[in-house]
Design a binder for this molecule. Structure first.
Ligand SMILES: Cc1cc2nc3c(=O)[nH]c(=O)nc-3n(C[C@H](O)[C@H](O)[C@H](O)COP(=O)(O)OP(=O)(O)OC[C@H]3O[C@@H](n4cnc5c(N)ncnc54)[C@H](O)[C@@H]3O)c2cc1C
Length: 500
């Protein structure tokens, strides 16, 4: 780097890249420093190579995220226009499924009425709860992805309706979802599986809010999509735009101390609050350390010789499967993890992308299957035996199809992404308070020290592939540090820089 840059961004996750794209399009000189050999952070696809599977098989694994459910309704990606940049989102017939014992399963089809019909006696309640949310999915997303400090833009009447539906559903789910509201285990556990995305105890207000938001997206037009060819296409499109606007990305550059930071007018940290804290002096360091660490995950990248043999064949229609059994079983498992114990029957999230995207099949027909299990923070355990025991309950014969499996215990997750210390993939604990006061209570959660900003999932709106923490942060940086009043256009055809 020859001269002092306007902005140096540490980390090339979706939030860091969204910020970098905006700042570069505003005419600033931007350098992104990435600790890994490849850019993209939680949105990367890399060759899936194991002792038994060679690179020539042509398999890719989504290293972290695989299902960018928040992307289609993210205001950032809506304007950035992934489709126009050649990123194809595939919409499975069903967004998520909850296999149950006895060959049964709850299925959340993208089509709300189909879901209602299959749920039988619980169908009308499902419609009453999720119908108003899904018909206002864009507004629900605008609220969920806001900075929690300003009123999100949108038609006031629709926003009010979305807010009311979100509030009602969150209150209802947090209060009585397991005890009497639903009559069938299919409906009860379907909601529980979505709520379990918070990786914390069930029920809770935060889990209910998450279930309401993700539940709304599941029945929206784009559902919970997959990305043709792997999720890495999203970060490649972001990097291409950044380069086209004069920015640069330097990989293999870990920032472990302030000495590793080149001079810049503004430094932006796209990393976990705890990692960012270590780069700052007091009192800024202590403020960032207020955000408690979340539980961990153990990642499993399977290579299978055939599709997952779900006992209920309807489960294959979903892009994501929540494995955990009944709501009571998932509650039990999540309580164990929150208490620092390994669950005997852990909650597992799984996706078999080749079921919806032929391009994911290897040359000899092998397929990658993406999964992760909830484990205590910092766990060093390989939980593959427990995960396979879970899968055998709902997909008998799963083990017979396993060709190989790459296991990344929670304690090693940071080897692939420094922003996931101890396997905390959510940038800190998720609770209702910590979704607002993230990383800590502050009017501006992004400005963390003079000239230093944080824009990871440790800031509002929190986890997910949406880029919106980057947007909220960039808006403040442009205004405050560079006196640029507005975010530039993100449209693909708009290649001009505002100033030069
Ligand atoms: C196993 C797994 C499954 C997931 N599944 C989904 C899913 O299906 N859908 C979904 O929406 N979300 C999912 N997520 C979460 C999603 O990936 C994150 O919410 C999202 O990537 C956060 O974006 P970010 O920009 O804040 O940070 P990240 O994407 O985490 O990127 C941070 C970047 O900063 C780099 N970095 C950090 N510290 C330093 C440093 N000191 N020096 C240099 N570089 C540094 C990292 O290498 C990384 O590239 C998953 C995550 C994991 C791990």
């Amino acid at each position: 780097m020859s001269s002092v840059r306007d902005v140096v961004v540490v980390g090339s996750g979706p939030n860091g890249l969204a910020a970098a794209v905006i700042l570069a399009r505003a005419g600033l000189s931007v350098t992104v420093l990435e600790g890994q050999p490849s850019s993209g952070g939680g949105v990367r696809s890399l060759p899936l190579i194991t002792d038994r599977v060679a690179e020539t098989e042509g398999l890719l694994r989504d290293v972290c995220a695989a299902v960018p459910a928040a992307a289609p309704t993210s205001p950032f990606f809506a304007e950035f226009d992934l489709a126009a940049r050649g990123v194809e989102l595939i919409v499975p017939e069903a967004s998520y499924a909850q296999p149950l014992e006895g060959g049964r399963a709850g299925i959340a089809y993208r089509d709300l009425e189909r879901t209602v019909e299959r749920l039988g006696v619980d169908g009308p309640r499902w419609r009453r709860l999720l119908g108003p949310l899904s018909t206002h999915a864009a507004e629900v997303a605008a609220i969920a992805l806001s900075d929690k400090r300003s009123v999100p833009r949108g038609d006031p009447l629709r926003m009010a309706r979305a807010g009311a539906a979100l509030g009602r559903s969150t209150a209802l789910m947090a209060g009585s979802w397991g005890d009497g509201y639903w009559r069938t285990e299919e409906a009860r556990s379907l909601i529980g599986g979505v709520a379990a995305h918070t990786i914390s105890t069930l029920p809770s207000l935060a889990a209910a809010g998450t279930a309401s938001y993700l539940g709304a997206l599941a029945h929206a037009p784009a559902g919970w999509p997959l990305v043709r060819g792997g999720i890495g296409a999203i970060s490649q499109a972001l990097v291409a735009d950044l380069l086209a606007h004069g920015g640069e990305v330097i990989t293999d550059h870990s920032v472990r101390s302030p000495r590793d930071l080149p001079p810049a007018r503004v430094h932006v940290l796209n990393t976990h609050a705890r990692v960012a804290a270590d780069l700052l002096a007091e009192p800024y360091r202590s403020r960032l350390r207020q955000l408690p660490l979340g539980a961990g995950v153990c990642k499993l990248d399977y290579v299978l010789s055939g599709p997952v043999p779900w006992a209920d064949p309807e489960v294959v229609r979903a892009g994501t499967q929540h494995i955990g059994g009944s709501l009571a079983q998932m509650r039990f498992a999540e309580a164990d993890v929150a208490a620092g114990r390994h669950a005997e029957r852990p909650v597992v999230l799984l996706s078999d992308p080749a079921q919806h995207d032929d391009s994911r099949l290897g040359h000899s027909g092998l397929r990658p299957v993406w999964a992760y299990a909830h484990v205590p923070h910092g766990s060093t355990q390989d939980v593959r035996p427990a995960v396979e025991a879970q899968l055998e309950r709902f997909a008998p014969g799963f083990r017979d199809l396993v060709v190989d499996c790459l296991v990344t215990p929670a304690s090693r997750m940071a080897d692939h992404n420094a922003a996931y210390p101890g396997g905390d993939i959510a940038g800190g604990l998720i609770s209702m308070w910590h979704m607002v006061a993230r990383p800590g209570p502050a009017l501006d959660p992004y400005a963390v020290a003079p000239g230093v900003y944080l824009c990871s999932q440790s800031t509002p709106p929190g986890p997910g592939v949406h880029g919106m923490a980057g947007v909220h942060m960039a808006r403040r940086v442009l205004r405050r540090e560079f006196k640029i009043p507005q975010i530039p256009s993100l449209a693909p055809q708009s290649t001009e820089r505002i100033t030069d």
